[in-house]
Design a protein around this ligand. Sequence first.
Ligand code: DGL
Length: 261
Amino acid sequence: MIGVFDSGLGGLTVVKELHRQMPGYRIAYFGDTARTPYGGKSKELISQYALEDARFLVSRGAQIIVVACNTASAVAMGTLRAELPVPVWEVISPAVAAAVKVTKGRIGLIGTRATVGSGTYQHHLEIEAPEAEVFAEPCPLFVPFVEEGWHRSKAVREVARTYLNQLKLRRIDTLILGCTHYPFLRPVIAAAVGKGVRLIDPARETVAALKRHLAVNPELAKSLDRVGSDSYTVSDRTDQFARIASDWLGRPVELETVRLG
Ligand code: DGL
């Protein structure tokens, strides 16, 4: 079983990609909706929450953990890899690899304050493409718009124009959507940065990388449980979450509630 966790709703972008690119694998999802957002919290607290989320999934039988949350991927990987008994995948390295492949040298990065402030994306980019220029912009208001289901609203288009104008002026050619929620806003972000900018979706790239990894590790692929249905657990259930989840995944989503910590 593949365990996927996020601070809340946004990690469903990874689940959607798993359904699309790797149909048939059984998924256990955990969204820490009671403690979301992670993006403005300290490294210590994010690492503690991420570890509790991942341990919950392992207790449910997850054989691989995908850290869908960019914020947790940026600050908690040391803790997760040291503490967990299963392989742990993060979303940053695959996104950086994809960006480096297509860029002409001017890369934009957007994410939460914790993700941008951690410097993890910038560090990976520096290693993979030392000659590229990187321009980073935290966009903290995007997450609540998505959580409210306002991802197609006029208000979010205005906010996107304000946030992304700086990156547009810098003439970026590639933009990393460094937060789980941003693929929900893809058309809005694409319109705000203008034509000719390649958008990199970490969810899509991470699942593609996992799929390639399983293709060359057939034993691991075979060991992953495919029988049974997916499960969706949250630490606080709201009708809003249930509605957006079903809408985004295009299938009914039954939510179980479990409090952690
Ligand atoms: N899941 C977080 C991320 O990808 C965004 C939401 C939050 O701040 O918790 O960075």
